[in-house]
Design a protein around this ligand. Structure first.
Ligand code: SF4
Ligand code: SF4
Length: 390
């Protein structure tokens, strides 16, 4: 199916039918591809520890062949990330066009530093459907502190304006952390005033440089109050939210809250990243992450190498990886997740479990079970989840 038809199908499903992306189990519906490890920032929480480019990053032919293989595996959307993907702008533009040619919807995460009106137009013309740009505080100095370079807030704001100016869809990505937690309402106000209406809220997973700032991860009270707060925002504002970084059941929880309060938001989630399935952590089930050098991980937050596309085909890796087979078999989960009634529909964040215990099958220490029970979300009623991408 070409991109035009896919887009129409997505819009129909999400806008009119109140449904998300659909697909068979064990199909990599969404893939994130970090095109380079190079970055022009040194964000304190960066989970890939981006700095300089790797010497052996994939070339154009290799990346194009990988995209063709993704299409044959059933991938519907590919998110370019990094490092900073615009440091390989021409590479990304060519690959985005190739995605369109093979029927995959391309999107991109960027820090916005290199994104002006001209670049926004180039991205749009290449077929990029949405761009994720970070705003981590409404206070410029606080955003710049996390991003570790002065002036980045202003550049991100200009990048957002440039995209909106050329009608390129923008998703604001934002870190919810202890330090900047009280700023969330002001941030949402700022984002709305900029004219953006889609926000991906990230919870910190202790991976890469994120390990060093883990004392800044939200506590459970904050996490739950944030979920309740975002639901309340949707009662009065036309905004859509998802949560990334290990909270894939956010859509189900918040939609249940809306049902209970008899409120109807514009959409429950980011338009592109809502999937109809009773699967929580989708690492290795609906998603994988391709690294700059061709390594493949189950998730960008689960840095366990399951193969390299220079040595094995993606198809071979996807169907035959022992790690992926284990991730797909929830009866193998250990500890609290292993005996939980939400084992099949939540499964915990395998990335966080690995980061905290060195075992990707162990208990996820951040668990929303109490909230699920409080909101009367029975495992058999879970129908949808949001994508965690990075
Ligand atoms: S491991 Fe699973 S829950 Fe955690 S960030 Fe990745 S996809 Fe999301
Ligand atoms: S214990 Fe918590 S994190 Fe693990 S599967 Fe159950 S609800 Fe999910």
């Amino acid at each position: 199916m070409g991109i035009g038809l896919k887009l129409i199908e997505l819009l129909l499903r999400q806008k009119l039918l109140d449904k998300g992306i659909k697909g068979e189990l064990n199909t990599p519906l969404i893939v994130s591809y970090a095109v380079t490890k190079a970055c022009n920032l040194r964000c304190l929480h960066c989970h890939v520890e981006a700095q300089e480019a790797l010497a052996n990053e994939l070339g154009l032919g290799e990346a194009m062949r990988a995209i063709e293989e993704m299409a044959s595996l059933g991938t519907q959307a590919l998110i370019f990330s990094g490092g900073e993907p615009l440091l390989r702008k021409d590479f990304v533009l060519t690959l985005a066009e190739h995605c369109v040619d093979v029927g995959i919807i391309p999107a991109m995460l960027t820090n916005g530093i290199l994104l002006n009106r001209k670049v926004a137009l180039e991205l749009k013309e290449a077929g990029i459907m949405a761009v994720g740009i970070p705003i981590d505080s409404s206070i410029p100095e606080c955003h710049d502190k996390l991003r570790n370079v002065p002036g980045t807030f202003e550049k991100a704001v200009q990048a957002i304006k440039a995209c909106l100016d050329v009608d390129l869809e923008v998703v604001i990505t934002t870190m919810a952390m202890k330090d900047n937690f009280s700023n969330v309402p002001a941030r949402i106000e700022l984002i709305a005033n900029l004219g953006a209406d889609q926000v991906a809220v990230y919870d910190l997973v202790p991976v890469g440089r994120g390990k060093a700032v883990m004392d800044q991860a939200m506590d459970q009270t904050q996490r739950v109050s944030l979920i309740r707060y975002l639901q309340q925002v949707q009662e009065t504002r036309e905004m859509v939210f998802t949560m990334s970084g290990g909270l894939p059941l956010y859509p189900e929880i918040v939609s249940e809250m809306h049902r209970a309060n008899d409120t109807k938001p514009k959409d429950l989630l980011l338009k592109q990243f809502w999937v109809d399935a009773n699967v929580g952590c989708h690492a290795g089930i609906f998603y994988f992450s391709l690294r700059p050098n061709g390594d493949v991980y189950p998730c960008t937050f689960l840095p366990v190498k399951i193969g390299n596309i220079r040595e094995r085909s993606l198809t071979d890796i996807w169907y035959n990886s022992k790690v992926l087979k284990e991730l797909r078999e929830r009866s193998l989960l250990k500890g609290k997740c292993g005996i939980c009634e939400y084992r099949e529909t939540c499964g915990g964040c395998r990335g966080r479990a690995y980061a905290c215990t060195s075992d990707y099958l162990e208990t996820d220490p951040v668990c929303l079970r109490e909230l699920l029970i409080e909101e009367r979300i029975h495992p058999s009623n879970i129908e949808k989840f949001g994508f965690c991408v990075g």
